[in-house]
Design a protein around this ligand. Structure first.
Ligand SMILES: NC(=O)c1ccc[n+]([C@@H]2O[C@H](COP(=O)([O-])OP(=O)(O)OC[C@H]3O[C@@H](n4cnc5c(N)ncnc54)[C@H](OP(=O)(O)O)[C@@H]3O)[C@@H](O)[C@H]2O)c1
Length: 238
């Protein structure tokens, strides 16, 4: 299925996996629309992607803002959501308020976005959400992300049935070198990457481009729906 001239919305398209995904769709000659909260990230991303890309400030946790966003975008063909903030911490230590905040972002943000997108989304199009390998293989301190990612994987199976003929899938990445870890001191971040790389069958952590290809594949393959694509370098095996 050609993506040439198709209108693709990437919520979270200003950084990391979303930015690489926006680039990958542009390489397929799609018209790309990106959205996230920060005006600065939007302007940096537009510089990197080129001026043909449309960009909107959006906080996907707000029903009203998301509805306003899609009314400005109008009709489109494929929805990708990579936005989302989780929370790490041992079950006994993590305050419930922080767990709720993480659900408000990564789970409810994606849910609200799909809801508001539907009136504008082409029936021959697709929706691709984002979960993560911790949904099936959580290390210590990942019970919140295990819950959120599993909830998203489940939501996608239900949506694939409810929203048919629109196809609905989810990408489940392992550890990817993105600005999501920019809060960590550089040596700590590199130490984490190298420790994980040693454990993984592929011997390295992912780059955003490794994951971006999968969103393109899921938009293009008209026979794929209700599927979670795990791209984790073998993390679920070790
Ligand atoms: N990197 C990994 O190792 C990894 C592993 C497994 C799963 N994942 C999942 O993959 C997804 C993308 O992660 P990433 O590594 O690419 O992160 P990232 O580089 O931090 O990018 C996240 C993007 O989401 C946007 N965003 C965050 N909260 C938002 C909100 N409330 N409303 C609108 N946009 C929002 C951010 O922009 P603004 O700040 O401007 O809003 C940014 O563009 C996340 O769901 C993450 O949990 C990542």
């Amino acid at each position: 299925m050609s993506l040439q001239g198709k209108r693709v919305v990437v919520v979270g398209g200003t950084s990391g996996i979303g930015l690489a995904t926006a680039k990958a769709f542009l390489e397929k000659s799609a018209h790309v629309i990106i959205a996230s909260r920060s005006a600065e990230k939007l302007s940096e991303a537009k510089k990197e992607l080129g001026e043909n890309v449309e960009g909107y400030e959006l906080d996907f946790r707000s029903d009203e803002k998301v509805a306003g966003f899609f009314s400005k975008v109008g009709n489109f063909d494929h929805l990708v959501v990579t936005a989302g903030e989780g929370a790490m911490g041992h079950f006994s230590d993590l305050p419930v308020a922080q767990v709720r905040e993480a659900f408000d972002s990564k789970f409810w943000g994606q849910y609200i976005t799909v809801h508001a997108a539907l009136p504008y989304l082409d029936k021959a199009g697709s929706i691709t959400l984002t979960s993560g390998v911790y949904g099936i293989r959580p290390p210590k301190g990942a019970s919140t992300l295990a819950s959120i990612n599993s909830a998203i994987d489940g939501l996608v199976r239900g949506l694939a049935v409810d929203l048919s003929p629109v196809r609905v899938n989810v990408v489940s990445p392992g550890i990817v070198d993105t600005p999501i870890y920019s809060g960590m001191p550089e040596d700590q971040r590199q130490g984490m990457y190298s420790q994980i790389s040693q454990q993984l069958p592929v011997g390295r952590v992912a780059q955003p481009e490794d994951i971006a290809q999968t969103y393109v594949y899921l938009a293009q393959n008209g026979f794929t729906t209700g599927t979670s694509v795990l791209i984790d370098g073998g993390a679920h095996l070790v």
